[in-house]
Each structure stands twice: as C-alpha cells, then as structure tokens.
Unconditional design. Structure first.
Length: 158
C-alpha cells in the first residue's frame, strides 16, 4: 500500500504543478489549478522515453475523448489525465506498482486521497483504428469508476 500512497502523492504533485494541464494544451498560467479532490479518477498513460507516432496518437486520442466527455469533471480535477514516462528512473516505482512493461493506459480510482482500485486498459491500442469503439471503451470505464465514487453522470456529454 506504500506504493499506492507514493503514486497518489506523485500524481497529485504533477497536477498541482500544472504538468497535466500542459500535456492537454492548457498553457494559461493566469488561472490557478483546481484543488485536488480526495475522490477522483486518474487516467494515467504510461509511455516509453522514445515515443513513436502511434504512441503519441493513442495518448492524444485518449486525452481528446476525456475532454469531450468529461470536460466539467476534468475542470474540477474529478477526472485527471497524466502522461508518465515509465522508463524514467524517477518513475520506476510506478512502473512496478502498476506492472507496466510497455505503453499502457491505466485507470486509477482514488477515494479519500488513497488509491483503492486500478485497471489496465489494454484495448486502447487495438481500438485506435475503430474510433467509436475506442471512445465507448474509454468512456464506459471512466463512467463506471465515477459511478463507484457515487458521482452523478448527468453532466457527462454523449
């Protein structure tokens, strides 16, 4: 459980410092980042240091899906998207904790500031050529985690 606590601290630091916002193209430094809620979903895309065009496309597509369907939740940090270089030495503990051996999207459920569940999302690569199925795959899994957190889904855009 120590590794889970380290992950929460690491990801919270990333978001607090604005790294996630920069990844998603939100470079407006005039606005302060939203407070990190204790209950949230983190979509963490683990990638290699050297990124191929397909890897970049997967992360961009997932980010766009999340922004399209969960804009309000992302604005409040209830849903977060981060990219993590799993080959970087400072991220080795995350790669071990989440059993990362190659590029992978992982959904992480945080309750009370602690990781309570996580799941790899291996189909993002194979569904990249099927945009509607990829959209449904990512959206339905994020919605399921949000539902577990007890959040109403009325604001999810379809």
């Amino acid at each position: 459980m120590k590794m889970c606590s380290k992950l929460v601290l690491f990801l919270a630091t990333l978001v607090t410092l604005g790294s996630a916002g920069a990844i998603l193209g939100q470079t407006d430094t005039q606005t302060a980042p939203a407070a990190i809620p204790p209950n949230r979903i983190i979509a963490a895309y683990f990638h290699r240091t050297q990124r191929c065009p397909t890897c970049l496309r997967v992360s961009q597509t997932v980010a766009n899906i999340l922004k399209a369907h969960f804009a309000e939740q992302m604005k409040s940090n209830q849903v977060q998207f981060v990219e993590i270089d799993f080959q970087a030495p400072q991220n080795a503990h995350l790669a071990r904790a989440y059993q990362i051996t190659g590029p992978q999207l992982v959904l992480i459920q945080v309750e009370g500031g602690r990781v309570v569940a996580w799941q790899p999302m291996p189909k993002v690569w194979s569904l990249l050529i099927k945009p509607q199925e990829l959209d449904q795959y990512v959206t339905s899994n994020v919605e399921a985690y949000l539902h577990q957190l007890g959040h109403a889904q009325a604001s999810v855009v379809r």
